[in-house]
Every structure is written in C-alpha cells, then in structure tokens.
Design a protein around this ligand. Sequence first.
Ligand code: SF4
Length: 265
Amino acid sequence: MQEPLVSVPASIAAAYSASRLIVRVESASDASYVAGIPRERIAWVQTCLALADFAWPEEIALDIVLSDPVHEARRLYALARLYEGSLPRLTIPSLPGAAAAAKLAIALHFPVRLLSIQPASGAVADLEQILDGYLHDPCASEPVEFFHSVLASLLRDAAPNLWTILGCDPGLFPRIADGGSAEEPESPVYPNDFVAQRLAGIVASGGECADCAYRNWCAGFFKWPDPSYDCSSVKRLLGRIDETARELRRDLTEMETFEYDRQAV
Ligand code: SF4
C-alpha cells in the first residue's frame, strides 16, 4: 500500500517527523523553515511563482502552482532560464488563461499537472485544447498530467486512478489546513480507502458513475466534492483519452507485427 504523503504548511512541517511531506510554502518566511526539515522527508515543496527564484537547495523538487495563468504565463520564459536543465513541475489550475499557459509550458518543456476540480464546460474545452497540444505538439517532451499517466496505464492495461495521479486522494495525500497543527492535524481525517468507499456509495445510489465507461480509472474523481456535478463535458474529454490509448495500442501492435515479419524474412 502506498505510504501517505502529508501536505503540510512549512511552519509546522518539523512536527511531522514520521511522515514524508509535501511542504507548502507561501511566503519567504515560510521558505526559511525548509532548511530545517531533513531532505529525505521532503517529497517536494509546493510554492507560488513569486517564490520560484528563492534560493532553494538544489536537491529539493519544486511544484510551482500558478494562481493567475493569464498574467503569470509570460514569466515562464524567465523561469525556464532560471532552472535550465532541471525544470520544476508547474501546476496549472482550471482558471482563465490555463490553456495558453499550458501551451507555453509544454513548449518550454516543463512537466505539468493540470488541476481541474469539477470544471465548467469552458474549462473542459481548455483541457481538450491542452490534450491536443500534448499529443500533437512536436515540442511536447515532458509529462502533462493527468493525460500522461492515464495513457501510459491504459497502454499497459493497468487501471490508473485520477485521484492518485493528481495527488488529490485525501486518504493518500492528507492535507493539514493552513491553520492546522500537529496536535489537530487532519480535519476531517479520511481513511486510506476513501476513494473506493466514496465510489461504492455513488454506484450503490445509482449515481452517474454506476454505468460510466471510465469508472475504472476516473473512480468518481469529478464527482468530488459535489456528487451532483454533471459529467457530460468531462466524459467527452475522457473518451478522447480512451480513444487515443486505443489508437496507440493499435499502432504498437502493427509495429510489433511489422518487426516480427521483418525479422522472419
Ligand atoms: S467521469 Fe463522472 S460519471 Fe464517470 S466515473 Fe468519473 S465522476 Fe463518475
């Protein structure tokens, strides 16, 4: 079973001495706490674009979360120069400008995580545009999540899980609130099998997930937090990913057949 990664504000991270951590840094004073945390306990530091040029220790993995893609996108050029050779991951939420920011991030070879919680239909259209870029832009060389891991898993006939890929499973990625403490850590506390339990509840109540073709790997992700969210736009996006995986599998099979025939000659 995967060991939980605790997402914790930097100021109280030292109190979590038994856990692997996602350390959240929101200010320069927060950043100073990072030096006091043993490196091996930090999975990555999650921070904002304004702190990207802080003097982070080299061995720390960074996740830079955009909060205003429209205006922050132009700063990605400078970020790419600053971290040349070892680019941090960019998390791009479904906000205005997300598609343009992701397009630029792909072109600059940043690894990207698209964070889209119950997106409106316009935001799904953005995700489709980003998917097109990821699949067809010759510059695309780094993972764009969740597309990358879902496609890789479907090609291996494995069942990916959007909650895990995006680090959103509250059982595996418990989040200590900004005002939290080591004594009052996670409120509420979620069980390790939270995702399975929640999906089972939706299915048992005859919710939309019950007969959804993507249930095995979406696992009800888009029904969180509001179980009445209408998945019709999202299903179009997931269908395109599913179809792409099928096309890739056909291509691989044809290549293998061709290689077999070539060797037999
Ligand atoms: S796409 Fe929607 S209906 Fe389908 S499994 Fe995901 S959350 Fe459920």
